[in-house]
Write a protein that binds this ligand. Structure first.
Ligand SMILES: *[C@@H]1O[C@H](CO)[C@@H](O)[C@H](O)[C@H]1NC(C)=O
Ligand SMILES: *[C@@H]1O[C@H](CO)[C@@H](O)[C@H](O)[C@H]1NC(C)=O
Ligand SMILES: *[C@@H]1O[C@H](CO)[C@@H](O)[C@H](O)[C@H]1NC(C)=O
Ligand SMILES: *[C@@H]1O[C@H](CO)[C@@H](O)[C@H](O)[C@H]1NC(C)=O
Ligand SMILES: *[C@@H]1O[C@H](CO)[C@@H](O)[C@H](O)[C@H]1NC(C)=O
Length: 530
């Protein structure tokens, strides 16, 4: 299985192998590779573990601090310039370096003679308060504590080698975050508004929902339509066999993928959903990892997958697989199945090196292993799972009605079982039976607003429906001077994060978004303190 291990194995594999999607910010493999050659020195700040000594939620209130890492770039900085704080989110600081080098922070530093700094999220990278991540150790990984780190950091950060103190609010500080970090940016602006000159939340997932079937909607809407239709058709046929409890046919179906050993039908359903995006994790890249700046950012694995599913020129032995199960469907072929199974056999099966298909060995496909999940070793995937289970939800499930790209056996209970296994009750921390979404939604959800908070989204983003421009949002969306917002037509998951060190040479739809961001930030920085 990969939920807890692939991030770690990724580091070992270095640049060669694609990484798991696993979280909302999954340009990780590309960025890790770039990070290897980059050099920003790690600095640390002594951060209080508990910012809320009088809130009973955080008993027993450890008094200590932990070393929280940050990385800064002062190469564009001129005295009087602003500070751009990149919110680290659910990954290591190193995997965000490209944002200082060629991305949005580089663009802003250059435009305003600013200093750019990445603050690594607590419980990620090397910023762990404790040596292990037991349920009790994880009590201080909450949205509240995380955004309080941002406040503390803006007030107390030092920048060795840079002349003068640059703390907020004397110096204008502008935050930027993408995805979960975008939501944290928005929440920080809401709670600590007077301290910050501004904040941009990009694809900011400010709304928590328990289940999130909408993840697949942009793929159905904008993906290569013949590929989408074929997957939907195969999933329908599969679910029909499951409904009829035709175990013989289902076993044959599993074996066509090389996955005959997988006992739990949901593990099987998740595995064949990996190229599309399985619940919580996937080893190859999906629609979410496409990027306008490919190949410097992102991956086109998804198009390779679809190319296989729709290949009209595939060899006969592959095409004939479309008919292998026709006798169970009144002679109707499973169009595209040959390409689908061939792709899974070629790209996924070899990743399970031990050959124990139904195990949690690295790269393998079983998840029914409590011991594996209960391992309290520190790791980003474990921290992200904890936040999912405790506050964020958004379990990827199949829709109850209508077309689906993943089997309908994938429901809330499938993700929830991992939560239950991973985080048994501790002595002072017990997880609720399902995530306590109110801890996340109390900042406003889809309707969050704060002065000098800008929200930018992409309409082809799989996470769009948790963001300000969600199709589920209650009121019409439009931008005002006080509450600036922007929807990138054709944009994916925080696509404005990437840059090429020359805004005028970017594709028009990205260039315009960046120019809008520069204008927005200019108003904040010039207006600060006036
Ligand atoms: C955590 O690990 C470090 C380094 O191995 C060690 O020095 C420290 O004592 C450990 N802390 C606890 C609370 O076990
Ligand atoms: C540091 O800043 C102060 C005040 O702006 C200035 O007087 C001084 O010359 C600067 N020192 C260096 C080494 O730049
Ligand atoms: C099938 O997938 C492989 C592996 O990702 C890729 O190299 C190949 O181009 C794809 N084939 C087609 C016809 O798209
Ligand atoms: C279950 O997890 C444990 C601990 O990681 C591991 O040693 C064992 O091999 C796993 N078993 C299976 C069947 O995955
Ligand atoms: C930036 O791109 C524009 C448009 O392609 C080009 O004219 C200009 O020379 C580029 N500037 C730099 C510094 O490369």
């Amino acid at each position: 299985m990969r939920v807890l291990k692939l991030l770690a194995s990724l580091v070992a594999l270095a640049s060669a192998s694609p990484a798991p999607g696993l979280s909302r910010n999954s340009e990780q493999w590309v960025e890790k590779r770039q990070a290897a050659s980059a050099a920003y020195k790690a600095h640390t700040i002594d951060m209080p573990i508990d910012h809320f000594p009088s809130n009973p939620r955080y008993k027993p209130h450890p008094k200590g601090t932990f070393k929280q890492r940050y990385f800064f770039d002062s190469s564009y900085y001129k005295p009087g310039g602003p500070v751009f704080l990149y919110i680290g989110g659910e990954t290591s600081g190193e995997s965000r370096f490209s944002n200082l080098q060629t991305g949005i922070i580089q663009i802003l530093m250059e435009a305003f003679n600013g200093l750019g700094v990445i603050l690594e999220n607590r419980y990620y990278g090397e910023s762990y308060p404790f040596n292990t991540s037991t349920t009790d150790d994880l009590l201080y990984l909450t949205t509240e504590q995380t955004i309080a780190d941002n406040e503390y950091f803006a007030k107390h950060a030092t920048f060795p080698g840079v002349n003068g103190t640059l703390n907020a609010p004397q110096t204008p500080w502008v935050m930027y975050g993408g995805s979960l970090a975008g939501a944290q940016t928005a929440f920080t602006m809401k709670m600590y508004n007077k301290l910050f000159a501004g904040g941009i939340g990009s694809s900011a997932t400010t709304q928590a929902l328990l289940s999130y079937p909408y993840w697949y909607d942009p793929i159905i809407k904008y993906g290569p339509s013949d590929c989408v239709a074929r997957i939907i058709g195969i999933v329908d046929k599969m679910d029909e066999l499951i409904k009829k409890k035709n175990t013989k046919a289902i076993q044959k179906f599993k074996e066509l993928f090389g996955l005959g050993d997988l006992k739990d039908i949901r593990d099987f359903a998740m595995t064949i959903a990996f190229p599309i995006g399985g619940p919580m994790n996937y080893p190859t890249n999906t629609w979410q990892e496409l990027n306008w700046d490919f190949p410097r950012h992102g991956s086109e694995d998804f198009y390779d997958f679809c190319g296989n599913v729709t290949n009209l020129d595939a060899p006969e032995d592959i095409k004939s697989v479309d008919y292998a199960l026709a006798k169970y469907t009144d002679g109707e072929p499973w169009t595209g199945l040959g390409g689908y199974t061939d792709y899974v056999k070629k790209t996924l099966i070899p990743q399970c090196e031990s050959g124990r298909i139904d195990s949690t060995d690295p790269g393998c496909f079983g998840t029914q292993n409590k011991t594996y999940y209960a391992d309290p070793t520190n790791g980003g995937a474990r921290s992200y799972l904890y936040s999912t289970c405790s506050e964020q939800g958004a379990y990827q499930v199949a829709k109850a009605h209508g077309p689906s790209m993943i089997s309908r056996v994938l429901q809330i209970s499938y993700t929830q079982q991992w939560c239950t296994w991973a985080f048994p009750p501790g002595s002072h921390n017990t997880l609720p039976r399902t995530p306590e979404l109110s801890q996340y939604n109390k900042y406003g959800g889809w309707n969050i607003q704060a002065p000098r908070l800008a929200l930018i989204d992409g309409d082809a983003d799989v996470w769009l429906d948790l963001c300000y421009h969600s199709n589920l949002a209650p009121s019409p969306r439009y931008s005002t001077d006080e509450h600036p917002s922007y929807l990138i037509a054709g944009g994916g998951h925080h696509w404005d994060s990437a840059g090429i060190k020359n805004v005028s040479a970017e594709p028009g739809y990205i260039k315009e978004a960046h120019l809008w961001q520069i204008r927005t930030v200019k108003k904040w920085v010039e207006g600060w303190g006036k």
